[in-house]
Design a protein around this ligand. Sequence first.
Ligand SMILES: *Cc1c(COP(=O)(O)O)cnc(C)c1O
Length: 239
Amino acid sequence: MSTGATEARAAELTTNLDAVRRRLAAACRAAGRPADDVELVVVTKFFPASDVRLLAGLGVTDVGENRHQEAEAKAAECADLGLRWHFIGGLQSNKAAAVAAYADVVESVDRRKLLAGLARGAVERGAGEATCLVQVSLDPPDAEGRSGCDPAELDALCAAVAETDGLRLGGLMAVAPLGGDPAAAFAELASYAAQVRSSHPAATVLSAGMSGDLEEAVAAGATHVRVGRAVLGPRPTIQ
Ligand SMILES: *Cc1c(COP(=O)(O)O)cnc(C)c1O
């Protein structure tokens, strides 16, 4: 990229990031929470490593990716930046070890079959434990393309993560249903989070809220929001 193009992109990211940080502070204030109570994970999927580098320069510490190959390449390219990488996408069990080899937090743990691979990857990396969030589905049971574990299976899956050597249960992650009321969905999520914390007091992370619904998530107690478009702009339409 030319210097001029890099500067223009840096200015755009600065403006967008400021706006998101202001939204977060306002949402915290409205919820009676300290202004810096919520961690921002910037979702950089579909955007180049050069954007990740600019974001790191603007004080971003956590980035999220949802496709293994893209994430692995970007994490390698940005290894000097000291960022925390969150994997937030659908996981294939044959890729679990490879994901845990670079992801600091795996947010999309939705079935037991992933656990052995994740633990193996964390050990290979030598980073001690991999932090896992269990993704719980807030969709109706018959929803198409549903991701996340069924709420009825949440306790068993959390227990399995907690019992697996090499994995640490950090908490929960969820996505509000498409077209549904995010406030109602996140209230349901908050009740699952309380239920999980009653057995696993250290599982305090609640990752919820994206560009369109971060206010509702903060009101419901989210500790982390995952924001893509509001920082980086619209993604290419081919997904
Ligand atoms: C893409 C994605 C996000 C970010 O969504 P935006 O609407 O771009 O903020 C958050 N969480 C998950 C799981 C995603 O796949």
